[in-house]
Design a protein around this ligand. Structure first.
Ligand code: SF4
Ligand code: SF3
Length: 546
């Protein structure tokens, strides 16, 4: 404890499976960790005022939107820049004080104690010192299980906030989501809730996340159309190039517009891959193909890319010197010393691309399929149902979730390789890069590997499962469908909570279980949802298929 400089255990790669205490495995420095802790603390104060405001029928949409952005900034691999986090703390305090006056005027009672009465330090150094007083351990609830459930709720809320922010960027908002995020954050200050009430709040977070993902689905498909099956080249063509990573469709859209007619080819990286399936994005002829694999390989892949790189959301790793001058951040992403694109004017990035050689010649590295969102899959539902009924398709596997650096993640590659030929694999999120380029063939014209999209498209997978259940007149749990999931960051936490809220059982989860779940909470999940850690592909397949 003595030489602990920080404490963070919010993601799967946390040190020793317990917590990062000196520096984050992700590269997060103690100063950044302190600023993220201070920001969450300030947001709890703002939420306390917002909850009281709602009692007096005062709800400010700007506050809801701001909390989403600020919480998203504290998600793993998003913002590593303490000074940008300090700006968010100042804004939280400003919004809180503004709202406080309105609430007091309306007769509301707002506590003057912290965090609702918290005054932020003047300098960054002062704020970092303040942040050290408000970390996960400093705010520990005396009850071990409640302490862990509170952290689970906060991480779930980070995921909800990320999805809410994505949806709001494309004009889709629901005050019910903001209300829950505020109530959830304010609840973490309470000491009067029972264990059962905490479990209910955590499950409510899962339910609210489903609504949030529905908003995001409406935002993406409403703006860019429903994804359709699309072949995406994994090679490149001669000429200047820009690579876009992260998850944000609008950033990509704006960059495509700003690069039109400039002889620059745009490539996706990581979770941007499914963007190739959207009609309103793939219409651009210079939106060419996909380069590389998942986020944790950026240190190997970015140095070789002969153009600038844009990070629109997670997952950013410490930029190496070899490409630090040609990686750009936008939105909520940040790294000290890396050029941040303001107001979506991508000129610096485009100028950089124009000043570089790009690819010297064409290279063919094959193609893969994307674009099997709910609309595309359900448009062939009859064929799928028929194939199940006549025994051509024995089982569906949803092998989905985040990728990461741990060697244990090879499990997912081997699992998909060993799935019998009469089974179909649905996938989504960056975990698919463990097997995305494998040719699994098809069953009667239905591809055996269906890419549903980003982690942001989990709602699509839920809709597919529900439609199949309806067609077979059974519960999702009774479908010939097994979920083999991998997690890494807090969006995955929110999705898992959603699956529990839907009553989904028998999920296999890996590569390791969350450090922020106490043994009792884990037991609860095992007893109620039969969650299992992954074992070996052979044993798990045998257990599922018999
Ligand atoms: Fe460690 Fe993950 Fe926290 Fe980074 S986000 S400090 S790797 S637990
Ligand atoms: Fe991946 Fe970061 Fe989670 Fe979007 S890009 S799934 S880890």
């Amino acid at each position: 404890m003595k030489d602990m400089q920080m404490f963070c255990f919010q993601c799967e790669q946390t040190a020793k499976g317990e917590g990062c205490t000196k520096i984050g495995v992700c590269g997060k420095q103690p100063d950044t960790a302190a600023m993220q802790d201070l920001l969450v603390f300030a947001l709890k104060g703002l939420s306390q005022v917002a909850v009281e405001g709602r009692e007096k029928r005062i709800a400010d949409p700007e506050v809801g939107r701001f909390i989403s952005e600020a919480m998203f900034s504290t998600l793993t691999n998003v913002n590593f820049d303490p000074s940008r986090l300090a700006d968010l703390v100042r804004e939280a305090v400003r919004l809180r004080d503004e709202l406080k006056s309105k609430v007091k005027e309306a007769g509301g009672i707002v506590p003057d104690s912290e965090p609702a009465g918290f005054i932020s330090g003047d300098s960054l150094e002062d704020m970092i010192e303040q942040g050290k007083e408000h970390g996960v351990l400093a705010e520990k609830d005396p009850d071990e299980d409640i302490h862990h459930l509170k952290q689970t709720l906060i991480y779930g809320l980070k995921g909800v906030s990320a999805y809410a922010d994505h949806a709001a960027i494309l004009g889709q908002e629901d005050d019910g989501v903001y209300e829950f995020v505020q109530r959830g954050l304010a609840s973490t200050l309470r000491r009067d809730l029972s264990l059962e009430q905490w479990i209910e709040l955590v499950l409510e977070c899962g339910r609210v996340n489903i609504r949030t993902m529905e908003l995001l689905d409406a935002a993406n498909t409403g703006t860019y159309g429903h994804p359709t099956p699309t072949r995406v080249p994994l090679g490149y063509r001669q000429g200047k190039a820009i690579m876009v990573s992260g998850h944000d469709l609008k950033d990509l859209d704006m960059l495509l517009q700003q690069t039109e007619g400039k002889d620059i080819n745009i490539y996706t990286h990581g979770e941007m891959l499914p963007c190739h399936g959207y009609p309103e994005l793939k219409k651009y002829p210079h939106f060419y193909g996909h380069y590389g694999t998942a986020w944790q390989n950026q240190h190997k892949e970015f140095p070789k890319f002969p153009g600038p790189i844009l990070m629109t959301t997670n997952c950013l790793q410490r930029p190496q010197e070899s490409y630090k001058d040609r990686i750009f951040t936008t939105g909520l992403v940040g790294w000290p010393g890396v050029t941040h694109i303001q107001d979506k004017d991508f000129t610096p990035l485009i100028d950089k691309a124009l000043s570089m050689e790009g690819f010297a010649q064409d290279e063919d590295r094959g193609e893969i399929n994307v674009g099997f969102g709910r609309n595309a899959v359900l448009s062939v539902a009859d064929k799928v149902i028929e194939a199940v009924k006549n025994g051509q398709i024995r089982h569906f596997f949803l092998v989905a979730g985040c990728d990461g650096a741990k060697p244990g993640r090879n499990y997912y590659t081997e699992f998909v390789e060993q799935v019998p030929k009469d089974c179909v694999v649905l996938t989504l999120a960056c975990g698919k890069f463990r097997f995305f380029d494998k040719d699994l063939g098809d069953i009667g014209g239905i591809p055996r590997l269906l890419d549903v999209g980003q982690c942001n498209d989990s709602y699509s997978a839920v809709k597919i499962a529900m439609a199949l259940a309806e067609a077979f007149d059974c519960e999702v749990n009774d479908l010939p469908l097994s979920m083999v999931l991998s997690w890494y960051e807090q969006k995955a936490v929110a999705i898992l909570l959603s699956l529990f809220a839907l009553g989904i059982r028998d999920i296999r989860l890996g590569p390791s279980l969350p450090a922020f779940l106490s043994p009792n909470v884990l037991n609860y999940l095992v007893e109620n949802y039969n969650v299992k850690p992954i074992t070996t592909p052979e044993d798990d397949l045998k257990a599922i298929l018999g």
